[in-house]
Design a protein around this ligand. Structure first.
Ligand SMILES: Cc1ncc(COP(=O)(O)O)c(C=O)c1O
Length: 420
């Protein structure tokens, strides 16, 4: 197996053989040689229907012709200038119109974008503490790699992060109104901002309860704190625009990434003009990046957003309906604890009766999920290996491919009784 050989080589140069930890799974990950449409191919020539889609960006599938053309055209003209371009203005105008953000700043990754949005939120409000949800993910920087400590104050979730930083990050429970209320009451006058994903997508998929996002808007307003919506996954994933629009809420700042870069490194934070003008050089909150707004990413992003305008997001409802049918049958026919959560083009299967909050997600049988992952891989389906990720549809998946995923999940449950 070439993947195994490559992994042994790779492990000499990269910790764990990979350049991002989610890519590792036991005994070794398959190494990918290419992708086209809904399929990727590994170095041994095996083809898979891809429901990982590079963890979300590739809503148009692999190597989409319009995105490829935009990148190629830009390649001819040069790919980095360290100076502003017309391309940025055009994408800024499109995104402002489609999302309602007055102003924005382009970055290269979601991690950078949330880090700078948080710095901006602290500077704007003049307050130090921030609130995030337990198991919400906002990238790999110190402000947000924080786990629950005693009370709401956070502790570092990785060695190397100072306690002094983490204790200013307070941890609330997604979908628990009281936990948020309590934190705001107990830290009155000290909370700069609350940052959350509108739909949790890094603990599997968990939708907000009715009224929860509105409640977050109201409580942040009441306590003079900012609401930052992290739409790195949900932007253009649930509708043609933001999930904030879907839930009818106007956050102070929005962070976007993944889809809006069409598969190239790209993200942004943006929102109200009065807040965004505090960013340097119009304001004094420092933020910078050599590759920010680079022409290749901006071209790929623009082409993607323009293509998406032609797409019908309702197709994802049909796809979820198809999968749900198989999951329901598996539950009934084999007495399996299984459920499917999904909205728009993001979904996840949990081995639990239902998952409406983080505790229920954590209680689902993640070992069984890993067995399902391996079974599906063997049968030609590529998924994220972890229970605690989202799976994604693209607009180039075909109905038959969704049926076949559902059928294979059903088959796994009928033939694998090794559950806890
Ligand atoms: C909601 C959310 N925010 C931020 C990030 C970080 O983005 P990046 O990996 O581009 O740094 C991610 C990445 O998965 C994410 O899902």
């Amino acid at each position: 197996m070439r993947s195994e050989k490559l992994f042994n080589e790779s492990s000499k140069f990269f910790p764990g053989g990979v350049n991002s930890p989610v890519r590792f799974y036991k005994p070794y990950p398959v190494f990918i040689s290419g992708g086209k449409g809904s399929r990727i191919m590994d170095v041994d020539g095996t083809s898979y229907i891809d429901f990982c889609l590079a963890y979300g960006p590739l809503i148009l599938g692999h190597s989409h012709h319009a995105v490829r053309r935009a990148i190629m055209e830009q390649l001819e003209k040069g790919w980095l200038f360290g100076a502003p371009t017309e391309l940025e203005v055009k994408l800024g105008e499109i995104l402002s119109r489609l999302t309602g953000m007055d102003m924005m700043r382009f970055t290269n990754s979601g991690t950078e974008a949330t880090m700078h949005a948080i710095r901006l939120g602290r500077a704007y409000t003049g307050k130090k503490k921030i609130v995030k949800m337990r198991s919400g993910y906002h990238g790999a920087h110190d402000y947000v790699l924080v786990s629950p400590g005693s009370g709401a104050a956070g502790i570092p979730s990785s060695p190397g992060i100072p306690d002094e930083t983490s204790k200013n990050t307070l941890i609330a429970e997604f979908n628990d109104f009281d936990s948020v209320d309590k934190i705001f009451k107990e830290n009155k006058g000290e909370i700069a901002l609350l940052i959350t994903e509108p739909v949790l997508g890094n603990i599997g998929v968990i939708e907000p309860l009715d009224g929860y996002i509105k409640f977050l808007r109201e409580i942040t307003e009441k306590y003079d704190s900012l609401l930052i919506m992290d739409e790195v996954i949900t932007g253009f994933r649930i509708k043609y625009g933001t999930a904030s629009q879907f839930y009818n809420v106007r956050p102070d700042l929005i962070v976007m990434g993944k889809i809006i870069g069409g598969g190239l490194p790209f993200a942004l934070f943006g929102g109200e003009r009065e807040i965004m003008e505090k960013i340097s050089p119009s304001g004094n909150v420092y933020q910078a990046g050599t590759f920010s707004g680079n022409p290749l990413s901006v071209s790929a992003g623009t082409a993607t957003i323009m293509e998406l305008e032609k797409m019908n997001y309702d197709i994802f409802k049909d796809y979820l309906h198809i999968l749900n049918k198989y999951v329901d049958d598996a539950r009934d026919d084999f007495n399996e604890k299984i459920t499917l959560n999904g909205i728009g083009g993001m979904f996840q299967i949990f081995f639990n009766n239902e998952v409406k909050n983080v505790d229920e997600a954590l209680k689902s049988d993640s070992e069984r999920y890993f067995s399902l992952f391996n079974y599906l891989l063997e049968k030609g389906f590529y998924l994220p290996p972890s229970q605690f990720e989202s799976l994604f549809f693209s607009f180039v998946h075909e109905r038959g491919e969704i049926e076949s995923l559902g059928r294979t999940v059903y088959e796994f449950i009928g033939t694998h009784k090794d559950r806890k």
